[in-house]
Structures are given as C-alpha cells and as structure tokens.
Write a protein that binds this ligand. Structure first.
Ligand SMILES: [Fe+2]
Length: 280
C-alpha cells in the first residue's frame, strides 16, 4: 500500500472557517496531493497534527479529502489543535482545551475509515498504525543547556511559545508530555508505523540547521529513543516543525512533510508530497 504523508495543514490560514467550500478544498489539494498532476495519490493519508484551529472546518475538509482523494485517513492532533483562539471557541469548550481535543477526536473517529489515534493502534490491510499526539519534554535543553533547570524552561515557554497562552488547562510546558508518554508506552511495541506530532529526536543533526543553537528547540522535540530502539516499527511520521525532514536510526525511517502556513508553502506550490510503500 502507498501511504502519503502530510502535517501542519493549518487549514484556517488557507480557507475562511465559515466559508470553506469543497470546491475550494479540492482545487488546492488536488494540486498538493498530486504534485501538480505528476503523481498518483496513495491509499492512506497520514496527517501528523496541526490540522487547524476550528473543529467544524477541520472535519469538513477531512470529509472532502476522503470523498475525493483517500480511502483511509489517519491523524494525530498537534499543539494548534488544542488552541482556543477566540471567544467563541473558549465559550464552546468552557475554556478547556482538552474538551476541544475530545470533540475533534470524536468527530474524526465517527467517520468510517477515518481515525484520530490517541494511544491506539489500528490495522489496515495487515499494517499496524500507532499514534499519539506526543509532546515536547525538555530533553533538548537538558542535553545542550545543562545550566537551565525546569523552572527556567517554563519561563522560556511562557515568554516565547504561544502554547502557553492559547492552550487552556495547563500550567507547565511538559504537562501534556506526561500524559502523552503513557500513551506511547502502550503502543510502541506493536506497530509498523508510528505517528506523532513532535519530532522524537532532539539531536541537532535531526533539526534544521537554521534553528541550531537555540534553547527554543526544546519546544519542538522530545526523547523518543526508548520507543524506536525497542520496537518493530519501520516508519515514524511526525510534524510540528515546518521543515521537511528525513533521517534514519535503528532501522526506522523518520519522515516529516509539513504543509505549513500559506507564505511558507506558497499556497501549496512549494510542497512535494512524501510517501512510502509498505506491505506485509
Ligand atoms: Fe505544531
């Protein structure tokens, strides 16, 4: 089977939330998914988080993807999928990001052949896909900035990262990491493909060079070594950073293929789809 990979769709930057039509979605994503009519679309689409800020828009777009392009869609959620960006969202989800996330997962999982993985494994044609949102855990700073303690990391997070303002229901940078590690523990030993939002390597060689030597990398990476070193997985798909990344360790291929914001993707023109073939 051919599995196509994309992350960081940030849909509300491409389409006005209440004025999204399937025609507009099909027009933009035909170009993206086919690389301007130069490739065949795969059987499965993996979306490694950051779908968009509005659940209703997200699900309508995913349904259009399924109707028009992909039989199977497998997602995890990203930090932006936890954001409550306006007063309507705060009201609707009672100022609790976890309620938004729960609603989004439900909307996806109630569709046939569409999955939002949250510490679960699903099987398609014998291939096991495991996923969890994942979260940054401070490992990068602990390795490269040993003088910083966790209070200092939290200060950096509060000053530099929108997650601290727009995710409601947490107070520290690694609150969600603690929840997500438990989910990864449950799934890593029994999968062929792992999906997370965050890069599971905090090694600088697996981070785009333009970001080297910055403690902010700690909010884009976590230590996933325990999981990929002791697993049957062949691929680990992630997002979060808006740079296309590929690397290999321990016989696992790590792939990140973000769409990113319209100014980064040039409204899809700069994007090449990534995919892999996998069979029993
Ligand atoms: Fe993200």
């Amino acid at each position: 089977m051919t599995v196509d990979i994309l992350s960081d769709l940030h849909l509300d930057f491409y389409f006005k939330p209440h004025l999204t039509t399937s025609e507009n979605v099909i027009s933009l994503f035909t170009q993206i998914f086919t690389d301007n009519c130069t490739r065949e679309i795969g059987n499965v689409l993996i979306i490694a988080g950051d779908i968009g800020h509005y659940n209703e828009q997200n699900i309508e777009v995913l349904k259009t993807f399924q109707k028009k392009f992909y039989k199977y869609i497998i997602c995890v959620l990203g930090n932006h999928d936890y954001y409550l960006v306006d007063s309507e969202s705060k009201y609707a989800f009672e100022n609790d990001s976890f309620k938004r996330v729960e609603d989004m997962r439900k909307l996806i999982n109630q569709e046939k052949n569409m999955y939002c993985l949250d510490g679960k494994i699903i099987e398609i044609e014998g291939i096991r896909f495991a996923g969890a949102d994942s979260w940054y855990d401070g490992s990068y700073v602990k390795k490269y900035y040993t003088q910083f303690d966790s209070n200092h990391i939290n200060l950096l997070w509060n000053r530099n990262i929108n997650d601290s303002r727009l995710i409601k229901g947490i107070s520290r940078f690694d609150d969600i990491a603690k929840l997500e590690m438990v989910k990864l523990e449950q799934i890593y030993q029994n999968c062929d493909v792992m999906i997370t939002h965050v890069n599971p390597s905090f090694d600088e060689e697996h981070i785009n060079e333009k970001y080297h030597n910055s403690p902010i990398n700690t909010f884009f990476t976590f230590d996933g070594s325990k999981f990929y070193k002791n697993s049957s997985m062949k691929y680990w798909i992630f997002g979060h950073t808006h740079d296309s990344i590929e690397y290999e360790m321990e016989d696992v291929k790590f792939l990140c293929n973000p769409l990113g914001y319209p100014n980064e993707s040039q409204y899809g023109d700069n994007i090449n789809m990534k995919s892999f073939e996998i069979s029993l």
